[in-house]
Design a binder for this molecule. Structure first.
Ligand SMILES: Cc1cc2nc3c(=O)[nH]c(=O)nc-3n(C[C@H](O)[C@H](O)[C@H](O)COP(=O)(O)OP(=O)(O)OC[C@H]3O[C@@H](n4cnc5c(N)ncnc54)[C@H](O)[C@@H]3O)c2cc1C
Length: 443
């Protein structure tokens, strides 16, 4: 019985049966067995979700061999790909066709099935989560039937399927609206946290993909303004050997290895965290200008293993929420940087997208696990953070840890009951509900 861990190694499971099917027929045979044995089943992409969303001690199906791009329509900017295709693969292949994903999250080692099932987002007030670009979903139901679903066939059902947490069946493939290939111009500069709060609306409205990194326990942060530009503006991005050495020194040695060591010491001396945050705010708070292909600036190094909690706050509550968060910070010694603040538009294509029906400010906190060390000190701050976000009608990121239950979600999502009804039609025996989702849908 193999053990499966998520990327952060914060959760694991020991599935009774772990399978990597290679064809529709083998998937169908598998589902017959599951129906006969009445087993619980989870379908996964990379299984990287930071919470226990992708865990099952019964049957775990990996879609890693459903990894083909089936069609690329360069004229209508649409692709059709199997659900196990990695974002990394799309970032390699699409530019060859003058296309790119419209938005993406911080890392590319994720599958298309995984990102659309959790409404994975990037940043940009004019852009939605990846789910909002889905044009069709081909789903295998638990009885083995396969159908391609479009918005026009059944609007309510489609709006459930586009962010469904793996609760409707097995997503075989997805048609996705993409963009003509674009480049991004990055203007990065230090920006004091209080100035950011006072000018938040100016910042998110003034560039295509704005994000802010705050160094908690300090008034420091970095503003990243990213604007779409013509590829012809690109200058020579090739670095000299000297600048590559400098870059390795600052990114890898100081930005990763020294930081991991310092955070390790801080587990024993928590008051060190404030100093570490202050020191890195100074080291990293530099002005930078760069133009590169979009994926190279959307993605960045998330360093090492970490606990994560992220909430989608209604945009008009963002300043109050962040102000209260800062006030609460005084009680804690050990809040790791960065607290990442991103923005997205109000969505209507996915009933369960945390940005459904409202412009959104995403607030993400992390607590690193240096050298994989398990520690629980972060819990008290995470609880305070969750409490504040919940107070401001925040909706938690589906792939990250949260304490909310069915009754809370009923208050937060206008189409919650409709989603639940549809889900029950597709999975009346709750075979697709694991422990993580029990609280969400059943309790
Ligand atoms: C380092 C890191 C950085 C991240 N950065 C961001 C970010 O910037 N923005 C953001 O929004 N999120 C971010 N996330 C969260 C991440 O995007 C989601 O957890 C995503 O779902 C992971 O993709 P995956 O392929 O590993 O999915 P999994 O963890 O394997 O699955 C996630 C969900 O999708 C379902 N699923 C997957 N494939 C299928 C399928 N074929 N059929 C049916 N259901 C399926 C699973 O059942 C599960 O419910 C990050 C996560 C990590 C680890």
């Amino acid at each position: 019985m193999s053990v499966h861990w998520n990327w952060a190694r914060t959760f694991y499971c020991r599935p009774r049966l772990y399978v990597e099917p290679k064809s529709i027929d083998s998937l169908r045979t598998l589902l017959n067995e599951i129906n006969e044995t009445k087993s619980k089943v989870r379908v996964i992409g990379c299984g990287h979700s930071p919470s226990s969303l992708s865990m099952s001690n019964e049957v775990l199906i990996s879609m890693k061999y459903f990894n083909k791009i089936l069609e690329i329509d360069e004229i209508n900017h649409e692709i059709h790909c199997e659900s196990g295709v990695l974002i990394r693969t799309l970032n390699e292949i699409l530019p060859q066709h003058n296309l790119s994903l419209t938005v993406q999250g911080s890392v590319n080692e994720l599958t298309i099935g995984g990102v659309i099932s959790t409404a994975t987002h990037g940043s940009g007030i004019k852009y939605g989560s990846i789910s909002s670009y889905v044009r069709s979903i081909t789903l295998m139901k638990l009885n083995g039937d396969i159908k391609e679903y479009y918005l026009d066939d059944d609007e309510d059902l489609f709006r459930c399927l586009t962010c469904s947490l793996g609760t409707f069946g097995i997503i075989i493939s997805v048609r996705l609206q993409v963009s003509p290939l674009f480049y991004l111009e990055l203007n990065q500069k230090p920006l004091e946290f209080h100035t950011f709060l006072n000018t938040l609306s100016i910042h998110y409205a003034s560039s295509d993909h704005f994000r802010y990194m705050w160094y908690p326990h300090t008034n420091s942060g970095i503003a990243y303004h990213l604007n779409r530009v013509n590829p012809r503006l690109i200058t020579n991005n090739k670095k000299s050997i000297f600048s590559r050495i400098i870059s390795w020194f600052s990114n890898s040695l100081i930005g990763h290895h020294l930081l991991e060591l310092l955070f390790y010491f801080s587990l024993y001396f928590p008051s060190l965290v404030r100093r570490i945050n202050r020191m890195y705010a100074k080291l990293e708070g530099k002005t930078l200008h760069k133009i590169d292909r979009c994926d190279k600036l959307f993605n960045f190094d998330c360093l090492f293993r970490q606990y994560a909690s992220e909430w989608a706050i209604p945009l008009d509550q963002a300043v109050s929420c962040l102000t209260e968060l800062e006030q609460s910070m005084e009680q804690y010694k050990n809040v790791h940087f960065p607290i990442e603040i991103r923005f997205s538009k109000d969505e209507d294509l996915s009933y369960l997208s945390p940005a459904y029906g409202r412009k959104t400010c995403w607030i993400n906190t992390v607590a690193y696990r240096p050298y994989g060390k398990i520690h629980y000190q972060h819990r008290s701050f995470f609880q305070a953070f969750e409490h504040i976000c919940h107070k401001y009608n925040g909706r938690p990121h589906w792939a990250k840890e949260h304490p909310l239950k069915n009754e809370d979600f009923a208050q937060l999502y206008p189409k919650w009951n409709l989603f639940k009804e549809k889900r029950e039609e597709f999975d009346p025996n709750n075979f697709l509900i694991n422990d993580c989702l029990k609280n969400v849908f059943l309790n």
